[in-house]
Design a protein. Structure first.
Lengths: 68, 268
């Protein structure tokens, strides 16, 4: 199925849940990324139970704590 | 209403000539008060540009002194300033650029005991801090005090920023909820930062402050601007205010509390 991940269209196998996508996409420290699915933010508890479907738009937002 | 002197009219002529600014916009800038929290990588360019722009009053907060390793990116400080409190070093440069700007220094770090009182006195706040406990504290204080602010974060070659209008646009906690666990993450100083990236993000924050003050354009409300200087790809991620947000949603927060000290991080 086609997913849009961080603005890029990608072909990903059908029927996976979000936490599997985090592994496929090599997201470091998945517990530290804020995930947006079709404009809504998911809670960490939802990662393991949210089944993705074709056309979903997913954004990974990373913490950036620097400034000094 | 402010009467500009001939000196000011000439100094700000390139602003005044802008249709979106004009005399009225420059008056708003000259009557505004902005608080810059952190006189480091982000605070340096922000403080310099806001002083140059003629912001009437700038408060600058930092409890640190200038260190040699700061000078690769903290462009408001000079080699001769090593050992000098950052707020005093910054004030000297800002006043040298524009003696019309009043600079108030807070030579301290902000915490739950002092942040609300300080933030309340300003029209706009810049987050130029380098740790998550400070970033979430600033978010809480600005939501409680109803003062708009610019979030900024940088790491290695990347930056992110959003502008928050309390109770109207999404806040930092709508997106990131709460500080990451302390032990999961390397520190800023170990991860590194390309000095120019601090300048890129800081000047975006300064522009956002000026846009808000003048009331022009579209501030970064309800979107996070992220960029990677290695590819020079810039991206906006849009979102809405989270009705379930821990800080600004529903009941929201009622009082200020310190977060556990957590330094920097994550991967770009």
């Amino acid at each position: 199925m086609k997913l849009t991940i961080n603005g890029d269209s990608k072909e990903i196998k059908d029927g996976i849940v979000l936490s599997e996508l985090l592994i496929i996409e090599n997201v470091e420290m998945p517990e530290m990324v804020s995930v947006q699915l079709n404009d809504e933010f998911l809670t960490k508890e939802e990662h393991a139970v949210t089944v993705l479907k074709a056309g979903d738009e997913i954004n990974f937002l990373y913490f950036m704590g620097g400034g000094a | 209403m402010k009467e500009f002197s001939d000196e000011e009219l000439e100094r700000y002529s390139r602003h005044i000539i802008l249709q979106d600014v004009g005399i009225e916009g420059q008056e708003k800038i000259s009557n505004s008060k902005v608080l810059v929290i952190g006189a480091g990588g982000l605070g340096s360019p922000v403080a310099l540009y806001l002083a140059a722009a003629g912001v009437g009053e700038i408060g600058i907060v930092d409890g640190d002194v200038v260190d040699l390793s700061n000078l690769q990116r903290q462009v408001i400080h000079a080699t001769a300033d090593i050992g000098v409190p950052k707020v005093l070093s910054a004030k000297a440069k800002m006043e040298a650029i524009n003696p019309n700007t009043k600079v108030t220094v807070y030579q301290k770090f902000l915490d739950a005991s002092n942040i609300l009182e300080i933030v309340k006195g300003y029209d706009f706040v810049i987050d130029g801090t380098d740790n998550f406990s400070a970033k979430f504290l600033i978010n809480d204080a600005c939501i409680l005090a109803n003062v708009p602010y610019s979030h900024g974060g940088i790491l290695r070659f990347g930056g992110q920023t959003m502008t928050i209008k309390p109770h109207e646009s999404a806040c930092y906690a709508c997106v990131f909820d709460s500080p990451p666990p302390a032990n999961a993450i390397p520190t800023c100083s170990s991860a590194g930062i390309l000095g120019a990236v601090a300048g890129m993000l800081g000047t975006i924050q300064a522009a956002e402050a000026l846009k808000y003050i003048v009331g022009m354009g579209e501030p970064l409300y309800n979107r996070l601007l992220t960029f990677d200087a290695k590819t020079m790809n810039f991206r906006n991620v849009n979102f809405k205010k989270n009705p379930k947000c821990r800080v600004c949603g529903g009941e929201g927060i009622k009082e200020i509390k310190d977060y556990e000290a957590v330094v920097c991080e994550a991967k770009l």
